[in-house]
Design a protein around this ligand. Structure first.
Ligand code: 3HC
Length: 286
């Protein structure tokens, strides 16, 4: 099948902006939707800042940066996605919000063969698929943070997803330069099912006072060659996102190892969300 030339990305937070940026590097025309004008401007700044950083670090030429910017357009109206061949939803990890966005996109898309992908980390794909009129063309496409760096994409077909949709999404992942694995439609898929219990164990270890957060992180960085320790990684993911993912997994399996510890909940309540708020288990410059 022909490569995707017109992509839509809904949501321009950490994940959406990364997905949009990566797609522009593959020469794809990318339209990004955010909820309102302010959010559009924030999203635009986030992508531009990341491209600038690429230039500063010698990874992109100024010409490549400018080229990427010409491939991007922004909107706050989901109906502007009508001509897209493929749309990735990357809004907040909230079932109602995602369902709403996907239903609206489903109605807006002109091409009945267009694919809707969701970047949910933990919501069952089938629940989102059957909320639309195109359950065969809805699939999970789970990217990892930071998207420009992490090679992996998990492809998660729902029971309703057609083999053609899976193949087209696999081809699209290669077009983006990503490596795809197929994951089951179970909360947490493959990676979060393994990662989240580990991260929550680190929170419990800090919560109990058994070890200092710096020692927990250093232990895994220096002892196991992880690029960052579990508490630093939680700060990168966002404590609110991590809590939402853990809650979905707990709801699905009712296993105590997925239950968000009280410390995580209290930190989220206090607005200590990690890097994005400047403070989590560690502190960060603005
Ligand atoms: N955009 C583009 N490039 C970036 C980047 C970003 N946001 N952040 C880092 N990089 C690049 C840098 O340019 C640098 O490239 P270079 O070596 O070619 O110059 C390289 O990544 C390393 O960056 P830094 O030197 O600034 O910093 P570190 O060496 O500390 O690496 C890191 C930062 C890439 C975040 C690394 O620590 C890492 O890989 N951490 C683990 C991240 C991880 O596990 N992600 C998965 C999270 S789980 C998830 O997303 C699922 C969700 O559902 C919860």
């Amino acid at each position: 099948m022909d490569p995707v030339t017109r992509l839509g990305v809904v949501g321009c937070g950490l994940m959406g902006s990364g997905i949009a940026e990566v797609a522009t590097h593959s020469g794809i025309d990318v339209r990004v939707a955010e909820a309102n004008r302010d959010a559009v401007e924030t999203g635009r700044r986030r992508i531009t800042a990341s491209l600038e950083r690429g230039v500063r670090r010698g990874k992109l030429s100024e010409q490549q940066r400018d080229q990427a910017l010409t491939k991007l357009s922004f909107t706050h109206d989901l109906n502007d996605m009508a001509d897209r061949q493929f749309v990735i939803e990357a809004v907040a990890e909230n079932r109602d919000i995602k369902t709403d966005v996907l239903r609206t996109l489903d109605k807006a898309l002109e091409d009945s063969a267009a694919i809707l992908a969701t970047n949910t980390s933990s919501i069952p794909i089938v629940d989102l698929a059957i909320a639309t009129e195109r359950p065969g063309q809805l699939i999970g496409m789970h990217f990892f943070n930071p998207v420009p760096v992490q090679q992996l994409v998990e492809l998660i077909p729902a029971l309703t997803t057609t083999p053609e949709t899976v193949q087209r999404t696999r081809d699209f992942a290669s077009q983006l330069g990503k490596q795809a694995i197929q994951a089951p439609d179970r909360s947490g898929f493959v990676v979060n099912a393994l990662l989240v219990p580990y991260l929550l164990s680190a929170v419990r270890m800090a919560e109990s006072g058994a070890a200092h957060p710096d020692d927990i992180d250093q232990g895994m960085e220096l002892g196991c060659a992880h690029p960052m320790g579990p508490l630093r990684l939680l700060d990168l993911i966002g404590l609110d996102t991590a809590q939402a993912v853990a809650e979905s997994m707990y709801e699905e399996f009712k296993e105590p190892l997925y239950a968000p510890p009280a410390l995580l909940r209290r930190m989220v309540a206090a607005g200590h969300l990690g890097r994005k708020s400047g403070r989590g288990f560690h502190t960060y410059d603005a």
